[in-house]
Design a binder for this molecule. Structure first.
Ligand code: PLP
Length: 430
């Protein structure tokens, strides 16, 4: 009886974050998910080996392809996201770069907003173009007409983020999804800052979700990890994706039709990219991920509670010029925030400090609980000066487009007692 929870998708989010995808009955009834610390698995007999290698049988052979610990993590995130399939990778950048490679061939384009995580912008603007895949950036992410202007017959996906970094801007996901689908292309989102607890991409038309699982999903700043989740049902055989047509032909006799129809993106990502490019997540990391995700909803509730209180405090502070947080009624993203983030608009916010860069750096020097770190999404509170770190390599104009000025500080609000965090910021701002 107690072993049934792992496959019941009608259970609530918090129940699923503890049970989904793991059947202890298949693992010596170990209550914790075991770490399968091996490089490879016995193949059994010749016939089974052939079935594993033509993918007609699900199973584990070599760990660069799959591992039972990672398998639980993949099933768990797919369940929490309400998706069909998922794949664990070595880092958020591995998840994102391999997603782009799965979507586009040389000569293709990917349309993206300008307020992406810096690594994703660099991939699309400087690295992939050398391999023939070009990122086309939307001039104004808030204007649907601006997306239409950069889409053409070479476009193979639209790529957005749930909450912009560090301006916390929100795009109208449903309108963009509709536009993508009208062109026969998928909408892909980086949902790192929100997690499936705060924002439900698949319920708003998104087809593929990428995560830097390093952040809130793992939750404690202890691992580097990435995840890709597929909603299922996108028509990859609609004439725009020759690579998927080729893949379908290659595997239609061995992989069952329903699986190919519903999760071809993930199958190809695993077979072509995880296996052949090697961005594998170690099972030890998958174990830490599963541990972290057991408390995801509880942590996120506390993160957004603290962030809202802090945003309200900073908004009233005489030494703060401006607060970027969509949970404030004065934010231009307040209404979109209410629509897409009913539980709260995340726990990252940015402020412009009065007195310019000198004053901002003074705040950095004076904080005692907020740690001066480039990371986000840790249980502990973090603070950084984006212009001299995360956005260092961008020009002043590029930074301004992302809402980064010399006096901007980005805060990743942790789960400490909010009174302590407010007192810390108050003394630093003095
Ligand atoms: N996406 C976002 C929104 C991020 O903030 C980051 C890292 O900071 C990444 C992707 C890259 O993830 P990782 O550092 O796990 O490779």
């Amino acid at each position: 009886m107690s072993y049934e929870a792992y496959k019941d998708n009608s259970l609530g989010f918090t129940t699923k974050q503890l049970h989904a995808g793991y059947n202890p009955g298949e693992h010596y009834r170990s209550k914790a998910v075991p770490i399968y610390h091996t490089a490879a698995f016995e193949l059994g007999d010749y016939d089974r080996c052939v079935r594993l290698f033509d993918y007609s049988e699900e199973g584990h052979s070599y760990v660069r392809f799959s591992n039972p610990t990672n398998d639980v993590l993949e099933k768990r995130i797919a369940s929490l996201e309400g998706g069909r399939a998922a794949l664990a990778m070595a880092s958020g950048m591995a998840a994102i770069s391999n997603t782009f490679l799965n979507l586009a061939n040389a000569g293709d384009e990917i349309v993206a907003v300008q307020t992406l995580y810096g690594g994703s912008t660099t991939l699309l603007s400087s690295i992939l173009p050398d391999y023939g895949i070009v990122g086309r950036f939307v001039e104004d992410a808030d204007d649907i007409e601006a997306y239409k202007r950069v889409i053409n017959e070479k476009t193979k996906a639209i790529y957005i983020e749930c909450l912009g970094n560090p301006g916390m801007n929100i795009v109208d996901v449903e309108a963009i999804a509709e536009l993508a689908h009208a062109h026969g292309i998928p909408l892909v989102i980086d949902n790192t800052f929100a997690t499936p607890y705060l924002f439900r991409p698949f319920e708003h038309g998104v087809d593929i979700v990428c995560y830097s699982a390093t952040k809130y999903l793992a939750g404690h700043g202890t691992v580097i990890a990435g995840l890709v989740v597929e909603k299922g049902g996108f028509d990859w055989l609609n004439g725009k994706f020759p690579q998927f047509e080729k893949f379908y032909k290659e595997f239609e006799d061995s992989i069952d039709k329903e699986t190919l129809d519903q999760e071809m993106f993930t199958k190809r990502l695993r077979i072509r990219f995880l296996t052949e490019m090697g961005p594998h997540m170690s099972p030890q990391t998958a174990f830490y991920m599963l541990q972290g995700m057991e408390t995801l909803s509880l942590r996120m509730d506390r993160h957004v509670y603290n962030a809202q209180k802090i945003a309200e405090f900073l908004d009233q502070h005489p030494n703060v010029e401006y607060v970027n947080y969509p949970g404030l009624p004065g934010s231009r993203y307040y209404e979109l925030g209410k629509k897409y983030f009913p539980k709260g608009t995340g726990a990252i916010l940015s402020i412009n400090v009065k007195g310019g860069e000198k004053a901002a750096l003074k705040v950095l020097e004076k904080v005692r609980i907020f740690d001066y770190m480039v990371n986000v999404g840790d249980a502990k509170s973090l603070i950084v000066h984006p212009a001299s770190s995360t956005h260092f390599y961008q020009s002043k104009e590029e930074r301004a487009k992302a809402g980064v000025y010399d006096n901007t500080l980005r805060l990743s609000v942790g789960i400490e007692d909010v009174e302590d965090l407010i007192a810390d910021l108050a003394q630093a701002l003095e």
